[in-house]
Design a binder for this molecule. Structure first.
Ligand code: 5GP
Ligand code: MN
Length: 316
């Protein structure tokens, strides 16, 4: 059920013990929004824990209070009166879903989130969940400390490709500007986010070697097999290296995480790739979406190329 921002704030206000989570394979917006929310809620006197059921890439470890994020142990439960799910629909939170029977409040900006059976505040026009968390902080009359501002700015910056993607709106920049006034150092965050290990740069070279063009160069794809995937802590950003090709509308990257488990990332300049992802069991945004295909890398590549080519209107 869709609710308003005010209703979401009321729901948060009336809870005392809150479990905050975000999606597996967490990105800057997932981690930034959960840490910011944790600090905001604690400043309002709530008891708050943050659980995310995945490892978090090294670039995000420098965020304030990062050490507070825990991963649920086998069978672990949490006595909460609200489960607050950020930056995803509830099917991508892993075992956190099993930690509590508390009512769920879902705050998200993904157009593919349907929020079936739960209370959802979804704002697909928001560039990042951190934009919504900023507005919630204002609605709740919470003080935005420099640490909270740092986490929120990280989500805004990473989900917009540092304010370059089409989801960047005037409000995004107005909030970013306000966050800098509140104490954020933009260069600190950029330097943390762009840092790569030598193995990752070598992995990037290996990935670029797999580049193939399809649909008369409107589609570009790369694959990372399991052996190469082991070189990476995160493959985030790699797809941008081919998205920029002048003829390309849709870029994709398939990463073989383990045998027969392939993670797909898609980026587009005009085609709605959220529909392609949803068709293959995933989701996301119009210009950035993903899914997981449980099959071999060559099979995944064939299925994906067919689906993307159909979406861009090219007959192979
Ligand atoms: P990325 O390519 O960066 O992993 O994901 C791009 C966007 O698509 C992100 O907003 C992410 O949350 C969403 N996304 C990626 N994979 C999935 C998936 O398997 N299911 C859903 N619902 N969304 C996904
Ligand atoms: Mn996001």
């Amino acid at each position: 059920m869709l609710i308003t921002l005010r209703q979401a704030a009321t729901k948060i206000n009336s809870a005392e013990k809150i479990l905050v989570t975000a999606h597996i394979q967490p990105d800057g917006d997932a981690i930034g929004s959960t840490l910011a929310m944790m600090m905001i809620l604690r400043s309002l006197g709530k008891t708050v824990s943050v659980y995310i059921d995945d490892t978090v890439r090294r670039n995000l470890h420098a965020l304030p209070n990062f050490d507070e994020i825990r991963r649920p142990a086998e069978g672990e439960t949490f006595d909460a009166d609200l489960l607050l799910v950020l930056d995803t629909s509830i099917d991508r939170i892993g075992n956190v879903r099993r930690m509590t029977d508390a009512p769920i409040l879902n705050v998200d900006h993904h157009v593919t989130n349907r929020g079936e059976g739960i209370e959802l505040y979804d704002e697909p026009k928001a560039a990042a969940t951190c934009e919504i968390v900023y507005k919630l902080a204002r609605e709740l009359d919470a003080d935005i400390t420099p640490d909270i501002a740092t986490c929120l700015y990280t989500g805004l910056a990473t989900d917009t490709g540092f304010f370059q993607f089409s989801n960047t709106r005037a409000e995004t920049l107005a909030i970013a500007s306000e966050l800098i006034t509140l104490g954020v150092s933009p260069n600190f965050i950029s330097e943390q986010m762009e840092s790569k290990t030598l193995a990752e740069v070598i992995g990037l070279r290996d990935a670029l070697n797999t580049l193939k063009m399809h649909c008369g160069a409107k589609v570009a794809g790369m694959t990372i097999d399991h052996a190469t995937a082991k070189k990476f802590e995160s493959t985030e950003g790699i797809i941008d290296e081919i998205r920029i090709i002048d003829t390309v509308d849709v870029a994709f990257l398939i990463t073989e995480k383990s045998p027969n488990v392939c993670r797909v990332s898609m980026r587009s300049k005009s085609t709605d790739v959220s529909k392609v992802a949803a068709q293959l069991g995933g989701g996301g945004h119009v210009r950035a979406a993903g899914c997981t295909l449980k099959m071999s890398l060559p099979d995944a590549e064939k299925i994906l190329v067919d689906a993307i080519c159909a979406a861009v209107g090219c007959k192979q």
